[in-house]
Design a binder for this molecule. Structure first.
Ligand SMILES: [Zn+2]
Length: 117
């Protein structure tokens, strides 16, 4: 089991990386707007679509950052890596692959099945 401080540091780093990706999205969107001096209606529509997709991607990254920051706090309290359903420790191997896992594999599968019922 990794130390709580290590887990908190890793999650904080992941959150920072996600925020940097979100900020890179912002810059890309601004650059596209500034270079768009000549406006054809068709291009404007494409721009609007691209901007909408950028915005959605940006919002997803922001949500991911917030989730990772919450998990970093939980790790600081020694509450990270515990299944929210059964309270068992989530294996480190799973947390390496899915840092924001909230459930152990068994409970995650049970939860997915539950949604379909
Ligand atoms: Zn569980």
């Amino acid at each position: 089991m990794a130390k709580a401080e290590d887990q908190a540091a890793r999650l904080a780093r992941l959150a920072r990386e996600v925020r940097e990706r979100a900020e890179a999205h912002d810059l890309a969107a601004d650059g596209a707007g500034a270079s768009d001096a000549h406006h054809h209606p068709a291009e404007a529509a494409t721009d609007a679509d691209a901007r909408e997709r950028e915005l959605q991607a940006h919002l997803r990254l922001r949500e991911e950052e917030e989730r990772l920051l919450r998990l970093a706090e939980a790790a600081g309290r020694g509450e990270y890596g515990v299944c929210v359903d059964c309270g068992d420790a989530i294996p480190d191997a799973r947390l390496q692959i899915v840092p924001d896992a909230e459930r152990c594999v068994a409970c995650q599968e049970a939860a997915s099945r539950g949604h379909r019922r």
